[in-house]
Design a protein around this ligand. Sequence first.
Ligand SMILES: [Zn+2]
Length: 138
Amino acid sequence: MNLYIRDLLNKYKDVRSVKNDYNGHKYIGCIIFNKNITYSYGYNIYNKFNKNVFSNSIHAEEDAIYKLKYTKKKKKVNVLIFRINKSFNKFMTVLPCYKCRLKLKYGLIKKGYNLNKIYCTNVIDNKINFIVIKKSEL
Ligand SMILES: [Zn+2]
């Protein structure tokens, strides 16, 4: 599993279309996948019109769930959340915020998906590991 997740990280680490958010200081990505199928990819977007209104920003998890297509087949999915620097060459540790935890718990079901596990990049001494969060822990 870890090897496959590392492939996903390399594939999606720099595909965000918004490279320089006006008020952005974190580059976070979220991939919804199962085995070799990627169902959705999202990234955080900061409000470009009012830098003082943080609440108007979109988190990567929200973006990925928003872009996810509805399914009637109850597909099982995993979620990978990563944080990377602005040069796209250094991963960092990340955890979903409270709001996104709830979105992952309830938003995926609404679209017809069963959440299995959430993998979050956890970087210690430049080594990439993953913090795994089960659905029951959300
Ligand atoms: Zn969040």
